[in-house]
Design a binder for this molecule. Structure first.
Ligand code: T4K
Length: 366
């Protein structure tokens, strides 16, 4: 049997990509905000239902440069239940992450626990729409408004998600998307920020291009985080098929849910109200004392059948070796509980219903 990995990049037909990049061979214009970059930017603003988008090299730089653009200081309240990028982006800006626990149902930051973590040093909240689940955006905005804090969403998993009729990127001050090869929508490597304030856009544009305004004016100490034309071309192709791709994921998620719901000791993610989801991930949380077998053993048994699930997200970022002795994972007991029991099952457009059935059969056999 061929191996099944946790995900597999969505790709257009080879010829479609070749046709898309033909122009680049003719023009020799390969990067620095070329025609593909401009076209993708516009199309994404429409698709994501947001006012402004800027394209970047990856989702990580979207977060790191957003925090820099907002000129934050001191402490930032965030979640440890995420990919390395979120916490690293905070620390790499010279800021101190203050970890808030997560909601036991959707695994996003527990908004009811944010306020008690605010001090006179707090400058922002960085929540994560983890697995594409929508954070409690109303309560977070309310807290931010009352305490004059910025809100920067890590929306790496939330491409195309809509909440109460609006694109997810229209909440908060900034939302940061990832278009990495492993995401629902990819530009090979890539990312974007969505925002409302044109001044933020102006600063971000400088930060992603060395602070260059024109050939003789450099007005900020910028990095280089521009999306190149080949990545933008991949995005244009993948965007043509995105609805179909998400629809295929939906069918697979429904099958997983049908087969695995109601099994004692296996917790699935509940469907969120008022949300149009993107079916990005399918995590299960395994309670060994009830299911009889733990997450690690399930993972090993699947691996024996050439099926490679992943522990997204274990360990908590607050437990990383690079942050040794700086944080206490016991401060976020729900995050710790979930992280020690979660297993993310394979999910991608080209996965078949038969694959899902095979994975479920192995799980149910256990
Ligand atoms: N915030 C959050 C919450 C994130 O999850 C991420 C990224 C970011 C921020 C930062 O965004 P980026 O800067 O990456 O745009 C993968 C991805 O590399 C990473 O983008 C993603 N989150 C994370 C959740 O997953 P790894 O270390 O697990 O990747 P890797 O190489 O083990 O790949 C996982 C599986 O994906 C492979 O088993 C097969 C498949 N795959 C992988 C690659 C590289 C493909 O099908 N095609 C490919 O090209 O981090």
């Amino acid at each position: 049997m061929d191996e099944i990995l946790v995900t597999r990049s969505s790709m257009p037909q080879f010829q479609e990509y070749v046709d898309e990049i033909k122009e680049l061979w003719d023009s020799h214009w390969l990067t620095n905000m070329g025609v593909k970059h401009k076209e993708l930017q516009k199309k994404l603003e429409e698709y994501l239902g947001v006012e402004n988008i800027d394209l970047l090299t990856n989702g990580h730089m979207a977060i790191e440069l957003s925090l820099q653009a907002l000129n934050l200081t001191g402490e930032v309240i965030t979640t440890p239940y995420t990919f390395a990028s979120t916490t690293h982006a905070i620390v790499r800006n010279g800021l101190t992450p203050v970890f808030c626990d997560i909601d036991p149902n959707d695994y996003t930051i527990d908004a009811a626990k944010i306020e008690q973590l605010i001090t006179d040093k707090t400058s922002a909240i960085v929540p994560v729409h983890v697995y594409g689940n929508v954070c409690n955006v109303e309560m977070i905005q309310n807290i931010a408004d009352r305490h004059h804090l910025k809100v920067v969403y890590d929306a790496a998993h939330a491409f195309g998600v809509r909440y109460r009729g609006k694109g997810i990127g229209s909440y908060g001050d900034v939302s940061c998307f990832s278009f990495h090869a492993t995401k629902v929508f990819n530009t090979i490597e890539g990312g974007a920020v969505s925002f409302r304030d044109p001044e933020f856009g102006r600063i971000m544009y400088g930060l992603k291009n060395f602070g260059i305004r024109d050939q003789e004016l450099v007005d900020s100490v910028g990095a280089n985080a521009k999306m190149n034309e080949f990545c933008a071309a991949m995005g244009l192709c993948n965007l043509r098929h995105i609805r179909e791709g998400i629809a295929k994921r939906c069918v697979l998620v429904e099958r997983y849910s049908e087969r695995l719901s109601g099994i004692a000791g296996l917790k699935l993610m509940p469907r969120q109200a008022d949300v149009v989801p993107n079916y990005a991930y399918f995590p299960i949380v395994v309670d060994e004392t009830v299911f009889g077998v733990g997450r690690d053993e399930i993972s090993e048994r699947l691996a024996r059948h050439n099926i490679f699930a992943r522990k997204y997200f274990y360990p908590l970022t607050s437990s990383f070796v690079c942050y040794e002795n700086q944080f206490d994972p016991d401060d976020t007991p729900v995050a710790r509980y979930v992280s020690e029991r979660v297993l993310t099952l394979p999910l991608y457009e080209d996965l078949t219903i038969e694959d899902v059935d095979r994975i479920c059969d192995i799980l149910l056999d256990i």
